[in-house]
Design a protein around this ligand. Structure first.
Ligand SMILES: [Fe+2]
Length: 309
């Protein structure tokens, strides 16, 4: 078995690439590559393009994941009677393309992390009541697009939940961090999964699977880590000024603990800024709790009705 090391990109199809590119820039991503029918946007950390869009009717197309070695690509290719190819799309590195049980394209990537990082301001030094670390200096922020440092996770509305769970666990090496159930403990409705890297700490969830009767595979949302708390808040105010449609936030989640802020892109897709998430490893405790609306956030404004649509 292989173990995915991190998520690389989401792949999505939208009608209006121009509107999508403008929104994603205002959301805090950088343009990387563009044709008449495709768009690649990058995060400030560089690496892989974090967001790939192609022109067409709105739908989720797939996800790219980074693996740790060329040998892992060879292993997975052999298991699926597939092949390791040079990555023509990115112009570098190697790729194995699979499809998960819901039919989403899963690109497994090694090398080809072609995007150079771009520097940003240092994360803010915050004084609190117990620790005074910022002495004799000021904190001054600008209202501007957030600095999206990296793609953090994708949440999939599954059609075949059990098959998807088995695939992400047994084929890609993900491990359960926490899950929610409804009515009975056997009826799992959401599972948060981290990269199975043993003792190495990693994001609380890189993939989450929702089991609520989706008729077709879809992203519930994709989520991008921003520089820090103030970067998230200033980016939120900037998006408000640009009159984009806010979804929910600012708040702090329970599972994963992230400070979050959700927006809708021009196609109506939910997309998240977050900062200060939990890091877990394979020894971290796993919970299985009843789902409740109150359980989605420790503090936040009231949940907007479309958030769970
Ligand atoms: Fe999220």
């Amino acid at each position: 078995m292989i173990a995915v090391r991190d998520i690389a990109y989401v792949r999505i199809q939208v009608e209006d690439l121009d509107a999508q590119e403008m929104f994603l820039q205002d959301f805090g991503l950088r343009p990387h590559a563009r044709t008449a029918t495709s768009l690649q946007m990058a995060a400030y950390n560089g690496g892989y393009p974090a967001y790939i869009a192609q022109q067409g009717s709105k739908k989720a197309l797939g996800v790219g994941f980074q693996v740790g070695s060329f040998e892992e690509l060879q292993l997975i290719a052999a298991r699926f009677n597939s092949e390791v190819r040079g990555n023509a799309e990115l112009g570098a590195g190697w790729i194995v393309t699979l499809h998960d049980p819901d039919g989403l394209q899963v690109d497994l990537l090694y090398g080809g992390d072609v995007v150079a990082p771009e520097s940003v301001r240092p994360a803010l030094l915050i004084n609190n009541a117990e620790q005074r670390r910022r002495l004799g200096t000021t904190n001054r922020m600008q209202i501007q697009p957030s600095r999206v440092m990296r793609l953090g996770h994708v949440v999939l509305k599954t059609v075949n939940f059990q098959a998807m769970f088995n695939f992400y666990q047994h084929t890609l090496g993900f491990r359960v961090s926490d899950s929610y159930f409804a009515e009975s403990r056997e009826n799992t409705v959401a599972t948060f999964m981290h990269c199975g890297l043993g003792a190495e700490f990693t994001d609380h969830h890189t993939v989450a699977l929702i089991n609520m009767g989706a008729q077709e595979p879809a992203f519930d949302h994709c989520a991008f880590e921003v520089l820090d708390w103030d970067d998230l808040a200033c980016g939120s105010q900037f998006l408000t000024q640009q009159q984009y449609q806010h979804s929910w936030g600012i708040g702090r989640h329970v599972q994963g603990s992230q400070v979050f802020d959700y927006w809708l892109d021009p196609a109506g897709n939910k997309i998240e800024h977050w900062t200060d998430g939990d890091l877990v490893n394979d020894a971290s405790p796993v919970t299985h709790e009843p789902l409740s609306l109150d359980g989605l956030a420790q503090w936040a404004p009231p949940l907007s009705p479309e958030f769970l649509a």
